[in-house]
Write a protein that binds this ligand. Structure first.
Ligand SMILES: [Zn+2]
Ligand SMILES: [Zn+2]
Length: 345
């Protein structure tokens, strides 16, 4: 089968590899659609501390069951499925404490290789994070299960409340998924602060009441002006930039909540005004990854059409076109690209 490998930063290689054979409890999915993600772009540009190279690549996908291993009874070859690329172990300290997103094994157990004709899913994923895909949901939309699960998990930890003013920092795919979810949860007003006019226009089309171009406008002044000088009820940081983390508590009202979603480069630190956190009672909440419960909830949102992800797909490429898609993303063009391995044949 054809499989894209990242051999070094900036170097992709389309290899012919033997098709995977599922062991007991495992399952092979024939990829029908995979999606590019910000993590893929970062990894392609400069490598990733948790991904030794060469490595199979890509982690957002949906497809059809190609083969099942011994003991798998819930799925059969030909079934259309959607999944995420990791699952908690179920027995470590964190899993037992109900914090499965923090499972000691969750990063070790993840599978990469969605930019390929087939992917082998280990037993924990088959057991807990693999689902049937209903026919009305496209493979491309179903491949949003993983990024949407991250966003849904964050909103389970720090809920989006009806009627509130939500400020989203970052107009990329994750920021826009938060926008769609905030709209679905009845937010009073959603403000998106980001870069690049096309992305901000897209945020507008998807329901943002106000967009702020941080390269042109003073975000703090604009947010205060839009909220009678109070600040937003909730700020959701989706850029992973220390400057944005640092400014977040200044953008929120007294008693407000800050959700720190975007992961900053390792080793970075930020400073907060202790007076704001203490006297103004501001909540800062970090979030990481997702739980199986969030995956199930994200799937419902996709299936019921509550979150329509189609407008976030900027284009389609065959496997051999991944590099072109990543180059477009590197130039700030587009949000997410669908990679369709079937197009190659
Ligand atoms: Zn992703
Ligand atoms: Zn665990």
């Amino acid at each position: 089968m054809k499989s894209l490998f990242l051999t070094a930063p900036g170097c992709l290689e389309l290899r012919d590899t033997p098709p995977p054979v599922p062991g007991a409890g495992e399952l092979v999915v024939e990829i029908r659609a995979a999606l590019t993600c910000g993590t893929d772009l970062k990894t392609w540009r400069r490598g990733h501390p948790k991904i030794p190279l060469p490595s199979p690549f890509g982690h957002e996908f949906a497809g059809t069951v190609a083969a099942v291993g011994q003991g798998v009874t819930t799925f059969r070859p030909g079934d259309e499925v959607m999944a995420v690329h990791s699952a908690p172990c179920g027995h470590c300290f964190y899993c037992r404490a109900g914090q499965e997103n923090l499972c000691d094994q969750v990063m070790e157990n993840k599978v990469l290789g969605a930019f390929a004709e087939q992917i082998l899913l280990p037993a924990p994923i088959v057991e807990r994070n693999l689902y049937p895909k209903p026919p009305q949901l496209s493979f491309e939309a179903a491949a949003f299960l993983e990024p949407l699960a991250c966003v849904v998990y964050a909103a389970q930890v720090q809920p989006l409340r009806g009627g509130e003013t939500v400020l989203i920092l970052g107009g990329g795919p994750i920021g826009l998924l938060f926008l769609l979810l905030a709209r679905a949860r009845g937010a009073g007003r959603v403000i998106v602060a980001g870069r690049r006019a096309p992305r901000l226009q897209q945020a507008h089309r998807l329901g943002a009441d106000l967009v702020i171009d941080v390269d042109r406008d003073d975000a703090l002044a604009q947010v205060l002006a839009a909220t009678d000088g109070r600040g937003a009820d909730q700020v959701i940081e989706c850029t992973g930039r220390p400057e944005a983390w640092e400014i977040s508590p200044r953008l929120v009202r007294k008693g407000g909540r800050v959700l720190l979603y975007g992961g900053c480069p390792g080793g970075t630190t930020v400073c907060f005004d202790t007076g704001r956190l203490h006297y103004d009672e501001i909540t800062l909440q970090g979030v990481f990854h997702f739980t199986p419960r969030a995956v199930a909830a994200a799937r419902e949102l996709l299936i019921e059409g509550i979150i329509d992800v189609e407008p976030l797909i900027s284009g389609r490429f065959p496997l051999s076109g991944l590099e072109s898609a990543l180059l477009l993303l590197a130039q700030g063009e587009g949000l997410k690209y669908a990679i369709l391995p079937g197009e190659e044949r």
